[in-house]
Each structure stands twice: as structure tokens, then as C-alpha cells.
Write a protein that binds this ligand. Sequence first.
Ligand SMILES: Nc1nc2c(c(=O)[nH]1)N[C@H]1C(S)=C(S)[C@@H](COP(=O)(O)OP(=O)(O)OC[C@H]3O[C@@H](n4cnc5c(N)ncnc54)[C@H](O)[C@@H]3O)O[C@H]1N2
Ligand code: MOO
Length: 400
Amino acid sequence: MKNLTVEDARARMLDGAARLGVEAVALSEAVGRVLARDVVADRHQPPFDASAMDGWAVRRADYGVVAAFAIAGESAAGRAYPATLEPGQAVRIFTGAPVPPGADLVIIQEEAVRDGDRVSFAAGDNPKSNIRPAGGDFRSGDRLLGAGARIDPWRLSLAAAAGRADLPVARRPKVAILATGDELVAPGGAPEADQIFESGSFSLAALIEAWGGQPIKLAPAADSVDAIALAVADAEVDLVVTIGGASVGDYDLVKPAMARLGLVLRVQTIAVRPGKPTWFGLLEDGRRVLGLPGNPASALVCAELFLRPLLAALSGADPALPFGVARLAAPLPGNGPREHWMRAARAVDAEGRVTVTPFPDQDSSLVGVFARADALVMRPAGAPPAHAGDLVVTLPLARA
Ligand SMILES: Nc1nc2c(c(=O)[nH]1)N[C@H]1C(S)=C(S)[C@@H](COP(=O)(O)OP(=O)(O)OC[C@H]3O[C@@H](n4cnc5c(N)ncnc54)[C@H](O)[C@@H]3O)O[C@H]1N2
Ligand code: MOO
């Protein structure tokens, strides 16, 4: 349980983590939610052969043969021509309108000359049909979206086009956030000379929201086993995330406090930089607890590496992180024994390749560096020095 690799620690956290429940939400509420069941089409789209242009529907067999077509009527979007097109006839048609049975060609209106109740066309060779076949977008029975897909605005349009008014989605995991420490004062408060403003819970709440969880901020707790245990005891959540008090100092009391609630540890420390003291376990009542270190960069890096996949798993989504690959813009020294996730600036060079430049100061207390970073760069444990141009694994940070 101590000094686990990142992968091993993540696997232990994800073990047994699955969707918590299912609820229906209206389309307008569905963005960001994870589908709990497949969306299957029960109708073709388009449901009929549709005209792609404004023009005239005719029989291809008549084209170039009939000199002047008899205008039989009109087919507009939402108001189909009610009969079959007969030989020698043309139907005025508009984009999106059903092509009448019998017609298999739409001639654009720019090529038509109308004369009373007759229309004729400048004949060309083998004109395109300008017809979108029924089911050309999707067909009845097609699986349009799979369970586990996260709804975004584009997927939302597909669900709407399939006629769904609401969608079955995973219940959002409820996540309590507990900042701990005598030194913490809420922003806007009046800190003593030996105090600092509490920052960790704000960014964590925003990340949890963005990752599909429901953040519930608990009042920050002082460095006391009683206070921390009391703060967590009655929180009706699926997961508790604590900030700080994770290490080995006399005032690092979160694990002893959780022991009172029956904590069974699954992860004690991780060979990761920053974030070595990150821990994870289950309380007696089944609630999960993720202990993040207090240093802001440690807390946020480990939220990316562990909390994000955990929330995905608890929502029934794929917990895999969206790793990328980029070229180092500058050399790096060899790495120590912990897998290092460096805060870095991302850019695109003149050849269109993504490059990353880790910030020179990677101290885990630096909030300022994190605010400028837009990617994390991974250096494997024990990696030799790296050269400019070397490929490295990255984790892009979502910047609004
Ligand atoms: N003897 C050792 N000391 C430390 C070790 C070690 O292995 N042996 N590990 C170091 C590492 S690595 C880390 S990371 C830190 C993490 O310690 P804790 O999780 O116990 O965090 P705290 O001591 O509570 O706080 C660390 C730092 O962060 C500030 N902090 C805490 N909470 C917040 C918050 N919500 N918002 C803003 N800032 C916060 C706190 O004031 C401290 O400055 O331990 C090392 N020590
Ligand atoms: O692991 Mo700590 O987060 O390096 O400072």
C-alpha cells in the first residue's frame, strides 16, 4: 500500500467503482451527463427521401426526353405532395421536402424555365439526383449513442434528432470536499500573520463539477481528530475528498480521524511527484475517501490523476485519461524515483507540432505556476535526462 506506482494506485481506487444509479433528465439538462443506456433510433433520419435543393422533382427517364413538363403541384418541407408523380409531370419542390413517389431526380431551379403550368429544363448530361435518401443520416435500429458516452452539445443534437425528450443518465456522484488546517482562512476573511487563504477547495469544487460530480463543500476543519471526524461523519455523499493533513507531521490528522469512522486503507502513499502522501480508502459505511495533500499543486495534480478517473467510473464512463504526446521544447534533467507530473506551457511550433515547456520551478506549493500551466508533462520514475525534441506523455489541462 505504500509507495505504489500511479497506475497501481489508480487501479486500487477504481476497484469496485461503478455507476451509482440511473435517472432521467430533460435534454436541456443533459450536457455533461453520462448516458446510462444506449440511444437507439426508432425512425429513419431523414424519414423520407428528401430534396437537397430548391427546384423541380421529375422522373430521370423523362429528363432530356420531355420538352415541357406539366406542373402537378408542390412539395414543401412539412407539406408533402400527396400523390405519385406521373410520367411527364414535374413537382415544385424545396430543400428538405419529401420527394414524391415516382420522382428520382431534382433539378435545381436555376436550370428551369417556367411558362404558366409548364416547366422546361436546360438539359445536361447525367445530372446528380439532389435527393437525400431516407435513412441516409441514420436508420431505425441504429445504435446512435452508447451507454457510457458523455453528452456534449453535438451528441445532444443527435439525441434530439432521434426524438428523445429526455435521456437516462448516471446519477452524479456526490462528493464532499473537506479542507483541513488551523492556518486556513476563507478568501475575504482577515488572516493572522501565520495564516493563509484557503484555495484548494474552490478549484477542487470546480473540477468536480466539470468532471460530472456534485461537489458539496464542508466547512473547513481545524487540525483536530475530533473536528475532522465530526465534519465527515454525517456527510451524505458517495465520496469524501480531504485536502491537507495527509503527510507524517504531528498535525496531519486526517487518516487518524477517518480511522474513527472505520477507514480501511487501500492506498497509503504513491510514488508520484507532486502528491506522494495521497491516500485512499473506504469507510465502514462504504463511503470512499480520497486524501489529497495540502500543497495546491499536489492536490490538483492528484485530482487530475486519480479523482477524475474515479468520478468517471462512478458515473459509468470510461475512466481512461486523455493522455497526449508532445515534444519537449527544452532539455530536462534526469528524474528521481517518483513519476513526475510537471506543470508546463503548451504551444504549437511553425511545423504545427505540439511542444511543451515545463516551468523551471516545480515546487508543489506554487499556485501561480499552476495558473499559467496548460498541460502536465510526465517523466517516468528514474528517467534519464531528456533532450529538446524528445517525445513525452502529456495530460492537457482544460482551460476555459
Ligand atoms: N517529514 C516529511 N514531511 C513531509 C513529507 C514527508 O514525506 N516527510 N511529505 C511532503 C509532501 S511531498 C507533501 S505534498 C506535503 C503534504 O502534506 P499534507 O497533505 O499533510 O498537507 P499540509 O501539511 O496540511 O499542507 C501542506 C501545505 O499546503 C497548505 N494547504 C493545506 N490545505 C490548503 C488549502 N485547502 N488551500 C491552500 N493551501 C493549503 C498548507 O498551508 C501547507 O503550506 O507534506 C510534506 N511534508
Ligand atoms: O509530493 Mo509533495 O506533493 O511533492 O510536495
